[in-house]
Write a protein that binds this ligand. Structure first.
Ligand code: ATP
Length: 595
């Protein structure tokens, strides 16, 4: 039976880790409480013999004869009282152990649930970034918010199944010792019931997968409603979006109904089958002339065994019903088919000469049909200088940033830092030397101060200095709570230009070796941008700055320029060479460079 619960057990082993050593205690408690229960029930035999006035009832052998002898030296009155006290003591002890086991399984369940959620978070943080470029956020959200809970429930069910299996084994042993013929009859009956049950349970897997997959779609639709509030309203798509959402929600309802109905059919069916088995045993025992006290003890034991067996069968069908959830959680936790995080253990010494892209070719992961977005790109970014990366939309500028930050790795070619391969440098150390301000790098849901000092032990004074450099201090001071103002989810309570200034302050407060600005000021007014350009000029000679922008004014202070077109580096030159050209002419310039 335990083997049947394999999906839950595998996850249990994965989730529990060190807590696995508590499982033998759970099993031992389960066995102990069943032994106490069986013994208490066995004591009914001498009790009934006293009531029936049978000093030595016929047909007693083995365990029943042993029970019959208990207290035989006492007189009936004393014996009756002693046995009653014994039964009460056994029942009390059994329930104390059962309670201890409930507390222990709840503890293990809590630990397992926490371990699963923690492992999922760990996986999401460690996994290679390309994973997020390919996977649907709705699916990931559903796994974390829904399926992980079902997986924890499945673990609790497996724990309860272990306790119930232990109890069933002990109670069956007692039955066997009371009457092997009747026990054989029971065993055959239980096997038949289990076969019927397993057949029906197998039909739960597909509906369970359907529920999971429809839940993924529903989570995606929910995310869309949350994120695309403005889009939906401006294009008047409320009714359409409502219909799409209702469709997704209804699909979950239908799939859930099918699953729950099939699951719901199992308990009544097993109850009928168990009752039939119960009656068949009683009638057969009577026909075989088994003595009355044994029949009663057997029936009571059987009656007590029934809930354990039914709970086991229910656990089986529940785990089948959660198989879709278990598969999803295990899929996310399985690293073997996921992009690996960047590797490398050489220290990041800092930039002294240049970053060199040496014939770098790159294609975003996903389907084989994806186009190559960088074609053998070679250029260099010199230390202590500002380099503008320009090119029309889709030219590959942000892709270069992604490669530089090691979010993705080149398919061919190499990126060299002072001649040393970036792929061999410790990624965390390397990233600590970079700071990125980009239009799609979110603010966190916290105060302005927390956003500026994100992940850094910077003092409020340092944060304020960075905010001044990023032209953010003035507007922050006008807010009622100043630097303690909450920015809301993704900085929703601020304007786009204000968000950009805070993001820029967050990058500047680190005074990074390499500062990357990817369309980082495009929502700002001209005056603010001009002031920021002055700030960036202060880095000259000391630090390296990379600027991506479609605005001529933003790149005006740069020393060098790299011109990209359709993933090809068309030109690299000193900015003074092209200083007189407008942005369009610069793009023309790239075309000239082509011929
Ligand atoms: N996650 C992704 N998966 C697949 N292709 C992508 C992905 N991100 C970008 N691309 C493709 O890579 C190419 C280069 O994109 P990239 O974002 O680097 O351009 P860009 O020069 O920064 O453009 P823009 O100026 O519009 O920001 C584009 O053709 C784009 O469609």
């Amino acid at each position: 039976m335990l083997k049947l619960l394999l999906p839950g057990l595998q996850l249990l082993r994965q989730a529990l880790g060190r807590q696995m050593r508590l499982l033998p205690v759970v099993v031992m408690f389960g066995l102990m409480s069943a032994v106490l229960e069986g013994t208490g029930i066995g004591l009914i035999i001498p009790m009934l013999s006293i009531i029936g006035g049978q000093k030595d009832p016929t047909g007693l052998g083995g365990l029943s004869a042993l029970f019959q002898q208990i207290g035989s030296s006492m007189d009936d009155r004393q014996r009756m009282m002693a046995i009653a006290a014994c039964i009460l003591a056994l029942i009390t002890l059994k329930n104390i152990i059962a309670f201890a086991n409930t507390a222990l399984t709840n503890f293990v369940y809590g630990k397992a649930g926490h371990a699963i959620r923690s492992a999922l978070a760990d996986q999401l943080l460690k996994i290679g970034y390309p994973f997020f470029l390919q996977e649907s956020p709705g699916r990931l959200l559903n796994i974390i918010s829904n399926e992980s809970w079902r997986a924890s429930d499945a673990i609790q069910t497996v724990l309860a199944a272990i306790v119930n299996a232990s109890a069933s084994i002990i109670l069956l042993t007692f039955l066997l010792l009371l009457s092997w013929q009747m026990t054989l009859c029971v065993a055959v009956g239980l096997i038949l019931v289990q076969v019927a049950h397993a057949g029906l349970s197998a039909s739960l897997k597909m509906p369970s997968r359907n529920v999971t997959s429809f839940n993924n779609e529903l989570a995606s639709t929910m995310l869309h409603l949350v994120h695309a509030g403005r889009l939906i309203r401006i294009f008047g798509q409320e009714a359409r979006e409502k219909a799409v959402f209702d469709g997704a929600s209804n699909a979950v309802r239908k799939a859930g109904f099918i699953l729950q109905t099939r699951q719901g059919a199992l308990p009544p069916l097993t109850e009928v089958l168990h009752s039939a088995l119960f009656l068949a045993v009683v009638v057969s025992a009577w026909a075989w002339g088994v003595s009355f006290p044994i029949i009663v003890a057997f029936v009571v034991l059987l009656y007590r065994l029934q809930p354990h067996v039914r709970a086991l069968q229910q656990a089986w069908s529940q785990v089948q019903g959660w198989s879709g959830s278990l598969e999803e959680v295990r899929w996310l936790l399985d690293s073997s088919d996921k992009p690996r995080p960047p590797t490398g253990d050489a220290p990041a010494e800092g930039l002294n000469r240049e970053i060199r892209f040496d014939r770098v070719t790159f294609k975003y992961p996903g389907s084989a049909a994806r186009p190559v977005v960088l074609h053998s790109a070679s250029f260099q970014i010199c230390h202590g200088r500002s380099t503008a990366l320009i090119g029309r939309s889709g030219a590959g500028k942000t892709t270069i940033v992604n490669l530089l930050c090691r979010f993705v790795e080149p398919d061919e070619g190499e990126i060299l830092i002072d001649g040393f391969p970036l792929s061999r440098i410790d990624p965390a150390q390397w990233r600590s030397r970079l700071a990125l301000a980009s239009q799609d790098l979110e603010l966190v849901d916290g105060t302005i101060l927390e956003n500026i000092t994100y992940g850094l032990h910077a003092s409020p004074a340092e944060a304020e200095h960075a905010a001044r450099l990023a032209e953010a201090h003035e507007f922050i001071e006008t807010l009622p709570h100043g630097y303690k103002t909450l920015v809301g989810y993704r900085g929703a309570s601020l304007s786009a230009g204000q968000r950009q200034r805070i993001a820029l302050a967050r990058a500047l407060v680190r005074d990074p070796d390499i500062l990357i600005l990817d369309e980082a000021t495009n929502a700002m007014d001209g005056l603010s941008e001009a002031a920021i350009v002055e700030t960036l000029k202060l880095r000259a000679g000391r630090r390296t700055t990379i600027v991506i922008s479609h605005h001529r004014s933003t790149i005006s202070f740069c020393d060098d320029i790299v011109i990209l077109s359709d993933g090809h580096v068309r030109n690299q030159t000193s900015f003074t060479q092209v200083a007189s050209l407008s942005m369009d002419q610069l793009y023309e310039h790239e075309l000239l460079g082509k011929h």
